[in-house]
Design a protein. Structure first.
Lengths: 181, 181, 181, 181
C-alpha cells in the first residue's frame, strides 16, 4: 500500500504533522510538505476559450502523488476553522488537474485513492472543526475517493497534540489498522 | 457608512462578484480584488521567538480596509465547498494582523466592523455551502465582528447567478436595507 | 400540483406556520397539524423477528399525505436547534412506513415528492439552524426526494416572523414560483 | 462524581446503550431509559398568559437527574441523522424546566453539569452525525453546560458497535479518564 502524507502547516514540526506521523509510524510512506512547494492559486478558466493553461510550478508533485498513492493523508492545521490557505490552494488546483490533458487518466485513477484527514486546531476543534470535515467529505465524494477516516486533535503550542489522549489513541489505532492491511 | 467588498474569485465578472454588486448597487463602496494583489500565505510564528515578521506584500491594503470600513462584504466563489484559496490566504493572515505592532488598534477597531458574506457555487451550494457559512461565523465570532447576513447563490457558467431568483431577491432586498441605514 | 403542509409547532398561529402560509398563499393545499394528531414514537423492530408491528394511531394520515402529495412543506419551529419533538417522531416513523406491507408502493412513490422546509427560530436561526437543514437534506437524499428549497426565519414572540424581511421576501417569491408551475 | 446515563433508544440492548455502557464500565452510575418513561411533548406556552402549566408525567425524573448529577451521558441512536424522537421530546421540555417555579435552582444548578454524547448510527454516522453534535453543542452552550466529549459509533444490527474499533477505543479511554477523576 503506497501512502503519501500531504502536510499543510506553515510550521516545522507542527501538531498536525506530529499527529499524522503517529498514523504512519513504521509504515513506508512519502511526505509532501506544501510550505516547501510553489503552488499557484487556481485561475478558473473552465468557461474560457482554450480552457486551463499550463502553470509552471510544483503542482505536478501533487498530481503524481494522487496518481501513485493508494492512500493520501491530508494533514492540516485548522486555521480560522478550516484548512490552511496553502492546503486550500492545493485543493483548488484539482479543478485544473481533473481536466489536464497531460494526465487523461487522473480523474479515473483517483477513484481508487483512499483519503484520511488529520486536522489539529486550538479553539474547540472537535466542534468547530466539523465543517472542515464536511467539506472534505463533499470534496472526496465529488472525486469518488473513499474518505475512510479522520482524526481531529486539539493543540495550540508546539507539541500540545501529544496531550490529547483521544487523538493520540485514534492515531495509534489507525496506525495499527493500516499495518494489518 | 463605509463599505468595502473583498472579491475572492479568480475570474473576471464572476458570479460571486455580480451578486455582491447587486448588494452594493448605487451605494458608495470600495472594491478590493484579491486576484490583483500579492498576498503571502501565513507563516505561523506565534510560538517562535520574535513572533511574526514583517511581510513585504500587499496585505496592508486588507488591514486598511478593516480599519476604515463599517461594513465588509466577503464575496467568494465556492471552490471545493469552501472559500477560494486566495480568500483563505487573506483570512489566514488575520492571525498576524491582530498581533501586528504596527497596527495596535486593529483588534479593537474591527469589533465594530459588520460582515456580510456573498458566496456562489455550482454544486448544490445552498446545502453544501453551509459549512462555509459556519466557518465564517466562527471567524467573525472570534474577531467579535457582527455577521449580519449572508447570501448563497447558485451558478456555474458566467452570469448564471442572475437566474437564481432567490439569491437575486435577497441581494436586492439587502441593498434596499443598506440604503435605508 | 397537490401540496401538503405538515405543521410541527406546539403553538397556535406559530411563526413557522405563518411563514409556511405565505408560501402557500392562494394555493390549494392541505394542512396537517401534528399537535392535533396522536403519533407514537418509533419502536425500532427492523432486526426483530416479525419486524414492525401495526401501530394504532394517526400515522396513516402522514402516509396518505406522502402518497397523495406532489409537494410537502415541512414547517417546524426550531426547538433546541433542530425540529420539534413531534415533528421528529413523525419523521422517525418513516422507518416503519417504508417497510409497511400495507403500503408496498410507499418507498417508490415518495421519490416523486418534492420537499420544502420552513423553519423559524429565535436564537440566531440562520446560523444555528443550518445543522437542521443538513439533516433534512440527508433524510430527503435517503428517501430519494427532491429537496427543492428551504427558508429559515427569525422570530420568537408570536408574529415576530413578519418582521424578518428576508424570510418574508423568500416566502413571497417561493409562493410566486409555485403559482407559475 | 455522580453520573447519569439517559438512554434514547427504542431497542433493548441498543448499540448506543452498549457504547455508553463501555464509558461507564465499573463506575457507579444511574441509568434512565426514556422508552420506559412517559414524557409529553413540549407545549410552548412561553408567550401565553400564565406561562407553562404543570404536566403530569415522568419528567421530574429528568429534572432530578439534572439536579443531582455531575455528569450526564446522552446516549442516542442516530435516527434520520439526529437524536431519536423520545430523546428530542425530553430535550424540548428543558424549555419548561428552566422556567419551572417548582425548581427555581434548576437553571443555575445545571451550569455545573458536564455533558457527554454517545451516538450510534448506521449510515455514515461519523459524517452524517456531525450536525447532531453541533446541535448538542448549541444546546449545552445555551444552558452553560460543559460539553466535554462525544463519541460517534457505527452500527446497524444489534451488537454491531463492538466491531467499530475506533469507537470502542474512544469509549474505553474515556472510561479510564473518568475513573482517574
Amino acid at each position: 500500500m503506497k501512502i503519501t502524507t500531504i502536510i499543510g502547516s506553515s510550521r516545522e514540526d507542527s501538531n498536525s504533522e506530529i499527529l499524522a506521523d503517529l498514523v504512519t509510524k513504521d509504515l513506508t510512506h512519502t511526505t509532501i510538505d506544501l510550505k516547501n512547494l510553489s503552488i499557484q492559486p487556481i485561475h478558473d478558466l473552465r468557461h474560457t476559450d482554450g480552457g486551463f493553461q499550463f502553470v509552471d510550478d510544483d503542482y505536478d508533485t501533487i498530481i503524481n502523488a494522487f496518481l501513485e498513492s493508494d492512500l493520501i493523508i491530508f494533514s492540516t492545521p485548522i486555521y480560522w476553522y478550516t484548512m490552511s490557505g496553502i492546503m486550500k490552494n492545493m485543493i483548488d488546483r484539482l479543478s485544473h488537474a481533473i481536466r489536464d490533458e497531460r494526465f487523461p487518466q487522473f480523474k479515473e485513477k483517483i477513484k481508487s485513492v483512499e483519503a484520511i484527514v488529520v486536522a489539529v486546531g486550538g479553539d474547540e476543534p472537535k466542534i468547530k472543526g466539523l465543517p472542515l470535515i464536511q467539506q472534505f467529505k463533499y470534496t472526496f465524494d465529488f472525486l469518488n475517493m473513499r474518505f475512510s477516516s479522520y482524526i481531529i486533535g486539539e493543540g495550540n503550542k508546539p507539541g500540545d497534540i501529544l496531550q490529547d489522549q483521544q487523538a493520540v489513541a485514534q492515531a495509534t489505532l489507525l496506525n495499527k489498522q493500516l499495518k494489518e492491511l
